[in-house]
Write a protein that binds this ligand. Structure first.
Ligand code: CA2
Length: 153
């Protein structure tokens, strides 16, 4: 059975490709899901791809991942910059997590420069556009493969 990875998307990412193409491009979230699905097949992973506009739903999904997934790729959207609840949930489940942002958050407004997620992430990708999700999945696949190969006592 392939390891399952959750790919979670936060608020407003359902509008990807439909609004603000100058910042976020013309790729839709359905396109991203297809790109991630193809990468997962290549990497021998199963992917559960989801989007919500609600902070508590993201928290619930992170909890769900504890028993259902080997790791998480997440674009928390604006909750990146505000959510101690996401920070606490990620820390509590202890799964490897890659934080992805489509835009380069450090080239934007100063309120986007701080992330509550980054301190509890295994790694962070930003500014690579939708390809960042594929890079994030590749990074997570490597972490999961290493963990699977490491014997526990
Ligand atoms: O660059 C990213 O991926 C972000 O996580 C996107 C968030 C933003 O709040 C973060 O600072 C950086 C916003 C997602 C909103 O997506 C939209 C897409 C199209 C049109 C409007 C919003």
């Amino acid at each position: 059975m392939p390891d399952t990875v959750f790919v979670l998307n936060g608020p407003n990412l359902n509008l990807l490709g439909l609004r603000e193409p100058a910042i976020y491009g013309s790729t839709t979230l359905a396109d991203v899901e297809a790109m991630v699905g193809a990468a997962a097949t290549r990497l021998g992973l199963a992917v559960d791809f989801r989007q919500t506009n609600h902070e508590g739903v993201l928290v619930d999904w992170i909890h769900e991942a504890r028993t259902a997934a080997a790791g998480i790729v997440i674009n928390p959207g604006a909750y990146t910059h505000t959510s101690i609840a996401l920070h606490d949930a990620i820390k509590a489940v202890g799964l490897p997590l890659i934080e992805v942002h489509i835009s380069n958050i450090f080239a934007r407004e100063s309120f986007r420069h701080h992330s509550y997620v980054s301190p509890v992430a295994a790694g962070v990708l930003c500014g690579f556009g939708p390809h960042g999700y594929v890079l994030g999945l590749e990074a997570l696949a490597r972490i999961v493969a290493t963990r699977n190969a490491t014997p526990t006592s």
